[in-house]
Design a protein around this ligand. Structure first.
Ligand SMILES: C[S@@+](CC[C@H](N)C(=O)[O-])C[C@H]1O[C@@H](n2cnc3c(N)ncnc32)[C@H](O)[C@@H]1O
Length: 190
């Protein structure tokens, strides 16, 4: 593991210890989980991408690596310390970091003149969110998602499909056994 990865993990762990409910995981996502999510993104076509819960930016970095030169990426992150870290470590014109909850997606898209989104990628700890916040995230994402777009998220439990079905018409689920803990990636379309 290289030095910056160790540093990033330590910042992540420290932030988790202070805000366990908000952060929801002791370590950043594994390579296996990142790959399982990004495999479902057609980066050749994706112009508008939103990321929910960027943390220290482990997935953000991969998104930027693959995104088109003219793509625009809005990252939502509630934790101020993580936002500061992201702002200090990512210098890319395509990226906007927003220190706010993903539940306010509609107003931020409006402000940034983004009429629709091609992909929403979420690492949010849904089990720790209030019902009303979760519902606003689902509604806002569904409203903004292009017809051909996808909402890609993960959850450690198998039974989230029932909940997602209320908002999305097509849902597929992929098991990622090599992530710790093993997790499920859900790909939702409207
Ligand atoms: C499990 S961590 C994932 C971090 C990173 N994306 C990764 O894959 O390692 C969840 C992140 O979501 C953020 N978060 C929690 N609730 C949020 C919300 N309502 N809106 C935006 N970010 C939120 C937390 O602060 C934390 O950084």
């Amino acid at each position: 593991m290289v030095e910056h990865e160790i540093k990033e993990r330590l910042i992540f762990l420290r932030t988790f210890l202070k805000n366990p409910k908000e952060v929801g995981s002791i370590t950043p996502s594994s390579r296996f989980l990142q790959e399982s999510m990004l495999r479902h993104v057609d980066f050749r076509k994706a112009r508008h991408i939103v990321e929910y819960g960027a943390g220290t930016g482990i997935l953000t970095r991969e998104i930027l690596k693959h995104a088109r030169p003219d793509a625009r990426i809005l990252c939502f992150e509630t934790n101020r310390k993580f936002c500061r870290y992201l702002k200090n470590h990512f210098n890319d014109m395509r990226l906007t970091i927003i220190n706010d909850s993903a539940e306010n997606i509609s107003q931020h898209l409006h402000r940034h003149n983004m009429l629709s989104i091609d992909y929403a990628l979420s690492s949010l700890p849904f089990s720790n969110l209030a019902e009303s916040e979760k519902a606003r995230i689902m509604q806002g994402t569904r409203a903004a998602l292009a017809r051909s777009g996808s909402f890609i998220l993960y959850k450690y439990t198998v039974n989230f499909r029932q909940y997602l079905k209320y908002y999305f018409r097509r849902i597929s689920r992929i098991f990622v056994p090599l992530n710790l803990p093993p997790t499920f990636v859900y790909i939702c379309q409207k």
